[in-house]
Design a protein around this ligand. Structure first.
Ligand SMILES: NC(=O)c1ccc[n+]([C@@H]2O[C@H](COP(=O)([O-])OP(=O)(O)OC[C@H]3O[C@@H](n4cnc5c(N)ncnc54)[C@H](O)[C@@H]3O)[C@@H](O)[C@H]2O)c1
Length: 130
């Protein structure tokens, strides 16, 4: 993988306080990307996001992907060239217990993020990975 590609690129990551997101941020920050994360707060103290030394090296926004207004504000501020969508309720067993929350986060959260792109303040050419 050519990490030079990411140098100076504006990358917007949802779920940056999670397991995969925090690792991904660490890799992108190392590669010289300008990273903005958008997620709920890290669930534990200590947590991987803090332990990975990311605070101060990227912009970290605490917010909910179900909240379109908040997501859109962070997205527009970041002006991303690349979008990586990892925010999710990822536990299958929990989805049985709380299907509404799971649907709202995993499905409507994705719709909200896509809408941020399609109603963007300016035309951007982004890539979507979920
Ligand atoms: N861990 C794995 O082995 C694995 C395997 C395949 C796919 N995935 C997928 O990768 C993604 C990330 O998984 P993970 O293991 O890092 O999960 P995780 O639970 O560690 O992290 C989830 C992240 O999503 C954020 N989040 C959850 N609900 C949110 C909401 N309503 N609004 C904003 N942010 C919210 C959390 O704050 C956290 O940052 C998920 O889509 C998951 O299904 C994970």
């Amino acid at each position: 993988m050519d990490m030079e590609f990411y140098r100076g690129k504006r990358v917007f990551i949802t779920g940056h306080t999670g397991v995969k997101g925090a690792w991904l941020c660490r890799i992108l920050v190392n590669a010289g990307a300008i990273v903005t994360g958008y997620s709920l707060p890290a669930p534990t103290e200590p947590n991987l996001f803090a332990l990975a030394g990311l605070e101060g090296k990227m912009s970290s926004v605490v917010g909910d992907v179900r909240d379109f207004k908040s997501l859109k504000a962070a997205f527009d501020e970041a002006q991303p060239e690349i979008v990586l969508h990892l925010a999710a309720q990822p536990i299958v067993r929990d989805s049985y217990k709380d299907p509404r929350y799971t649907y709202e986060t995993n499905v409507m959260g994705t719709v909200n993020l896509l809408e941020c792109h399609f109603t963007g303040a300016r035309e951007v050419s982004g890539e979507y990975h979920h």
